[in-house]
Design a protein around this ligand. Structure first.
Ligand code: IPD
Length: 261
């Protein structure tokens, strides 16, 4: 635990500087400067600058640790691995919108053990360590106690990887049950919302490890239900995810056709 705590405290400081860097580089509304990785799949200069900064700062303190980042991929192996999404919600970031974050997950031999999700333009910092609870700006958080889909707010993620017809089908299934739909463009923040009870569920067709590594610790510590993302292949490939409040887990999993086992 002391190795985890030491890394967590260092990352908490470093992520604040990274957040300032990202804020300074954010395009103004109406002046998007993103490049395209594919159809509606964006990357900005800031994604690369923030990842480079985080890897440099963290590896200076922990030279034996490994890294996995969205823009530059994986480095050497090591008992601890930092899993970094330098800007999650790049499509929002590039348009001058507020809803984006930096996500840093810490894994120990393929188990997520700590996570920080920093959203500077929302003035929010989500933090969690295994066995030590989950927090929003230092206040403990928990998944919601919502027990009916009719009273639930559920977010469905959209990415360029969803097959034609998938998104309207899932939205339709939710609307039929009387749930309130959302779709806000940052997987990491959508999962953090489930962890703090602001929403009751999040589902995405497939998502990468760097989008969810930090959130997996938050969700576990906040008592949310999560599909077995890592067991289903999430360590090495884009994998489906469903996270939700525990009392709607059976009904939501049935409605969306996603197993939680
Ligand atoms: C994306 C966002 C988006 C989600 C995608 C992610 P990025 O991450 O989280 O909401 O639907 O699956 O890849 O590209 O902004 O870091």
């Amino acid at each position: 635990t002391s190795a985890i705590n030491e890394r967590f405290h260092a990352a908490q400081k470093i992520i604040k500087d990274a957040a300032q860097l990202a804020k300074n580089m954010q395009p103004a509304p109406g002046k998007p400067t993103a490049e395209l990785k594919g159809h509606q799949d964006y990357v900005t200069e800031a994604d690369r600058a923030v990842e480079t900064f985080l890897v440099k700062e963290l590896s200076a303190l922990f030279p034996d640790d490994a890294f996995l980042g969205e823009e530059y991929g994986a480095t050497q192996s090591g008992a601890f691995r930092w899993v970094i999404d330098p800007i999650d919600g790049t499509s929002n970031y590039a348009r001058g919108r507020n809803r984006w974050c930096i996500s840093i997950g810490l894994m120990h031999h393929d188990t997520p053990v700590a996570g920080i999700i920093e959203a500077p333009t929302l003035r929010e910092s989500f933090t969690a360590r295994i066995g030590q609870g989950a927090f929003l700006n230092g206040t403990p958080i928990q998944a919601s106690k919502t027990d009916k889909l009719r009273e639930a707010m559920v977010e469905i993620g959209w990415s360029p990887y969803v097959p034609e017809g998938w998104y309207p089908q899932k939205m339709g299934a939710l609307l039929t049950e009387g749930s309130m739909p959302r779709s806000l463009g940052s997987g990491a923040l959508a999962l953090a919302d489930v962890a703090c009870g602001r929403s009751d569920g999040y589902h995405e067709y497939v998502i990468f490890l760097w989008d969810v590594a930090a959130a997996l610790v938050l969700l576990q510590e906040a008592g949310a239900c999560v599909s077995p993302f890592l067991k289903n292949g999430g360590l090495t490939q884009r994998t489906p995810i469903l996270a939700c409040a525990p009392l709607i887990a059976p009904s939501l999993s049935k409605t969306l056709g996603v197993s939680l086992d």
